[in-house]
Write a protein that binds this ligand. Structure first.
Ligand SMILES: [Zn+2]
Length: 337
């Protein structure tokens, strides 16, 4: 297993570390024990990675993730690999936990222009309830050109859900001069973006200065409903519900606005994620379980598997990575402190 040294010391965060000795393992070949020259403590190369204290070969853990990401259920994967379904859920949790570290990759570079699309999809969690009561809503945000999933989270379709994914979008605002957010109807995305990121515009005029979206940030929401038979003025197809900065360029053309890339994406999620695919009454057992599978899907979609339209891994298209990551590489990646 190749690694890019130096590893960071898990105790004092120093990067002044080196290999102390090699030791054999039953299933994973020779592993390295590291020493920190700063605090002189020893730590294993899997410390602070997804494989910490997992004795199973990393190739088997990766196989389980591969089967699951092709839409196989937890029990079926367990039968194929002769493992317990709770063990497979544990491996998935460890893999899903790498999401936060991988997210930081995106914030290590500057982007010329980003176009985000926001959508939502729905599955049933636990018992069947009214959609308004259900915790099976998933808010998804995707970067259009690269098909990079910025974030996807499930829960009740409420303000908190939209806020949680918009928080991730806000992280990108400081890293680009030009950011458009498009939504086919869900106004709460724009509202949350405004709530979290708007700033006071200094106009030099008297009175309370208005709040505006940061410079270079645009929000466009599709106007739903019939437009032809309305009395009076015809409504524009898209509108800008939030006040924008005076210096934000207003050159988004109508044909560029359509936020429909996610619809094809949602069809793919339904194919690949078993909780969206089953035809029984209970699709996902718990919200936690659904979020775990969404996180696993997001990581594989963004960093591992080439997208069927661009034929490239989204993180590579977006310019975050030079080349795709492997499942094994992600499993043995050190978590950010
Ligand atoms: Zn140390």
């Amino acid at each position: 297993m190749k690694k890019t040294p130096p590893l960071q010391c898990p105790y004092c965060c120093s990067s002044d570390t080196s290999v102390f000795k090699h030791y054999p393992t039953i299933h994973n070949g020779v592993r390295k024990l590291y020493i920190c020259r700063n605090c002189e403590r020893l730590f294993s190369e899997t410390h602070n990675t997804a494989m910490n204290n997992i004795k199973t070969p990393i190739s088997k853990v990766a196989s389980a993730l591969r089967l699951r990401s092709e839409g196989l259920g937890l029990r079926a994967t367990g039968r194929v690999l002769r493992s317990n379904k709770s063990t497979i859920a544990l491996w998935e949790n460890r893999f899903a936990d790498q999401k936060a570290t991988l997210l930081l990759y995106g914030f290590c570079r500057e982007f010329i222009s980003l176009t985000f699309e926001g959508d939502k999809l729905y599955t049933i969690v636990g018992k069947r309830t009214m959609p308004s009561e259900s915790e099976g809503w998933t808010a998804v945000i995707m970067e259009r050109a690269s098909r990079f999933i910025v974030d996807q989270r499930c829960g009740k379709k409420d303000t908190a859900l939209f806020k949680s994914v918009i928080k991730t979008v806000c992280g990108y605002i400081d890293h680009t001069d030009d950011l458009s957010f498009l939504s086919d109807g869900e106004r709460r995305y724009g509202n949350m973006l405004f709530e979290l990121c708007s700033e006071v515009l200094q106009t030099g005029k008297r009175g309370r200065p208005p709040r505006v979206l940061p410079k270079g940030v645009r929000v466009r929401v599709k106007n739903k409903g019939d437009q032809k038979h309305k009395k009076g003025r015809k409504r524009p197809k898209y509108q800008a519900p939030q006040r924008e900065h005076l210096d934000t360029a207003q050159d988004l053309k109508e044909f560029e606005i359509h936020a429909n890339h996610l619809e094809a994406q949602n069809a793919a999620i339904r194919r690949k994620n078993s909780t969206f695919r089953r035809k029984t009454n209970t699709y996902a057992k718990t919200v936690k379980g659904l979020q775990r599978t969404l996180d696993v899907h997001q990581i594989i979609h963004n960093y591992v598997r080439p997208h069927w339209t661009t034929r490239e891994v989204p993180a590579v298209t977006l310019g975050i990575l030079a080349k795709p990551l492997s499942l094994e590489g992600i499993l043995s990646m050190q978590r950010a402190a």
